[in-house]
Design a protein. Structure first.
Length: 174
C-alpha cells in the first residue's frame, strides 16, 4: 500500500480552482470547470430464511458517473474532434463512428496555490456522450460563451505516483 507523506506546514485543504486536464499526452487548453468524480455501488439486500426480522447487505454493481468538462469557446478544436469520433455527421453510412479510437484515458490534476500538482486521478476509457458546441446566445448578456463535453467512463483511480510536494516558502528580506 502506498505511503502518504504529511506536510507539517500545511493545515488548509486544497482549493478547487487550480487544476489541469490532460489527454493524448497534452494539456487541454482553457478548461474552466470539471464535474465531480463520483462512483456509486448498489446495495444488494438479502436475508436468511430462518431470520425474517433482519436483512443483510452486500455490495453489488459499481457505476461511475459521467464527467463533464467545460471551457470557453475558442478556435481549439479538441472537444469537437473527440466528439466527432463518436458521431461524425456526413461521414457516410457505416463510417459515422470511429470504433478504433473514440475512447481516451484522461488525467485530472489538482494543483495547490503555487501551481504544483498535489493530487491526480486517472479516468479510464472515456468517450463523449454529449457535446455542446455553442451555448444559448444572448445579445443582452455579458458572459463567456461556454462549450462542454460529457464523458462516459469505465472507472477512475487516484494516481499514487503523485506525492505531496514541498511547498515554496518565502524568507523575509533583511
Amino acid at each position: 500500500m502506498a505511503q502518504f507523506s504529511v506536510n507539517a506546514q500545511r493545515f488548509d485543504p486544497y482549493k478547487n480552482f487550480k487544476f489541469r486536464v490532460k489527454w493524448d499526452g497534452k494539456y487541454v487548453a482553457g478548461v474552466s470547470k470539471v464535474s465531480m468524480l463520483k462512483r456509486t455501488t448498489e446495495v444488494v439486500k438479502h436475508r436468511e430464511g430462518a431470520d425474517p426480522s433482519s436483512s443483510r447487505k452486500s455490495p453489488g454493481r459499481t457505476e461511475f458517473d459521467a464527467v463533464t468538462l467545460e471551457r470557453g469557446v475558442t478556435h481549439d478544436p479538441a472537444f469537437e474532434q473527440w466528439a466527432s469520433r463518436v458521431w461524425n455527421f456526413g461521414a457516410g453510412l457505416g463510417s459515422e463512428v470511429s470504433l478504433a479510437n473514440f475512447r481516451k484515458d484522461i488525467l485530472i490534476e489538482l494543483c495547490n496555490e503555487a501551481g504544483q500538482t498535489v493530487i491526480a486521478y486517472k479516468i479510464y476509457r472515456c468517450w463523449v456522450s454529449e457535446y455542446q458546441a455553442m451555448p444559448d446566445l444572448d445579445a443582452n448578456a455579458n458572459a463567456v460563451a461556454i462549450q462542454h463535453i460529457k464523458l462516459e467512463n469505465e472507472g477512475w483511480e487516484r494516481d499514487l505516483s503523485v506525492t505531496e510536494p514541498t511547498e515554496p516558502s518565502f524568507t523575509p528580506a533583511s
